[in-house]
Design a protein around this ligand. Structure first.
Ligand code: SF4
Ligand code: SF4
Length: 370
């Protein structure tokens, strides 16, 4: 990835096939209703996506994520999938699994995706009713997982946690581990894109709880026998690696717009799918031009002034980045209480961990605590 970034090759792409979803999760940042999506009439056809995939392939895309909304809800999903599989992309699918029927199972068995990532929202129908607005979503998810179990793919389960389901983490994890040793949680929920039907502020968890959940889940997963788990969150010290993160546009502390991009359901190329803008227009100007112009759109973007001297940013405890700040505040250069709260909670957790580690070292060396 670093090598690709050095050459500005778009090796990693995302196609967001639709913004529609058959669930109605309270905290979703992207979902539009069908009437909303129909009103803008911008969903791209199979022919358009397949043509775009051909251009992306030529430009160097190898990894392709198909996501949504719920990507299986695109009326021509099977046609798009078969075409991109035949082109040879290494494919990942993000799905809620509820629409994985016999036909999708057969398609995936014929052309196995490298990786399928299923998000869980609960471990009971009542929880799906509360979080996703549909109790039957639970049975459909489990049925979809049973089908995915028969596909030769790396299946990963994730749980998005909010106030309504965080207490159910043990049960959700037990359900997930029946299908895959790869399980992770996402308790950090950001505000939605403009116009999206969602209730984030009322349902997301406070930063201290977010960090406790990460810690509890990490401990649980680390305590499992090695054959029952696999490391899904690999931790690197990025300062010691050649990552390509330091390349232009430096305001993005990752590989977005350097080696990766996302194309939204309505045809915008953005640096990653957390952005709504700035964007280029690959369906109008062609993939090559859209990709080449993308980094230049960040030339004037700056981090908030306050972050330049903030110890939490310097410590890398802070999860901020421009699209997250924009989602929270409506501006790329304003800080947000939620994100600063996450950074403080993470730093406190890091301190507690460091204190425990140095206590353990002292006790190993036979030094008693005074
Ligand atoms: S959310 Fe931020 S850190 Fe993540 S890929 Fe997008 S720009 Fe990079
Ligand atoms: S904690 Fe707040 S002020 Fe500090 S770096 Fe993060 S966003 Fe900026």
């Amino acid at each position: 990835m670093a090598y690709a970034a050095g050459l500005h090759v778009p090796i990693d792409g995302t196609f967001e096939l639709t913004a529609r979803c058959n669930l109605r999760c309270k905290m979703c940042y992207v979902r539009l209703t069908k009437p909303q999506a129909d009103a803008v009439q911008c969903e791209k056809t199979a022919k358009e996506w397949i043509d775009m995939a051909g251009q992306a392939l030529e430009a160097g895309t190898l990894y392709l994520l198909l996501t949504g909304g719920e990507p299986l809800l695109h009326p021509q999903f099977a046609e798009i999938y078969e075409a991109v599989a035949q082109m040879g992309f290494v494919i990942t699918i993000y799905t809620n699994a509820t629409l994985v029927d016999e036909k999708i199972e057969a398609l995936f068995r014929r052309y196995p995706p490298m990786h399928v990532c299923v998000t869980l929202y609960g471990a009971r129908p009542e929880t799906y009713a509360r979080v996703c607005g549909r109790a039957d979503g639970f049975a459909q998810t489990v049925a979809g997982l049973e089908r995915l179990r028969r596909v030769n793919t790396r299946l990963e389960l994730r749980a998005t946690l909010i106030r309504d389901n965080a207490d159910e983490l043990d049960e959700i994890r037990a359900l997930a581990l029946r299908y895959s040793p790869a399980f992770s949680i996402n308790p950090e929920v950001h505000r939605a894109f403009p116009g999206v039907c969602s209730d984030v502020d009322a349902c997301r968890l406070p930063p201290s709880r977010v960090m406790r959940l990460y810690e509890d889940n990490r401990r649980f997963m680390e305590a499992l026998p090695p054959q029952d788990t696999e490391p899904v969150q690999r931790v690197y010290d990025l300062r010691e690696k050649r990552t390509g993160f330091e390349l232009e546009p430096t305001v993005l502390d990752c590989l977005a717009a350097k080696a990766s991009y996302s194309i939204s359901w309505d045809g915008r190329m953005v640096a990653c799918n957390t952005f709504t803008h700035p964007f280029t227009e690959p369906f109008r100007e062609g993939f090559h031009s859209a990709w080449e112009r993308l980094p230049g759109l960040f030339a004037k973007m700056r981090h908030p002034e306050k972050c330049s001297t903030c110890p939490l940013g310097i410590d890398r405890a802070c999860p901020n980045c421009p699209p997250k700040l924009f989602a929270e505040t409506g501006s790329f250069d304003e800080t947000s209480d939620y994100i600063c709260g996450l950074a403080r909670a993470r730093r406190e957790q890091m301190h507690r961990k460091e204190a425990k580690q140095s206590e353990a070292k002292l006790s190993e060396a036979g030094v008693e605590k005074v």
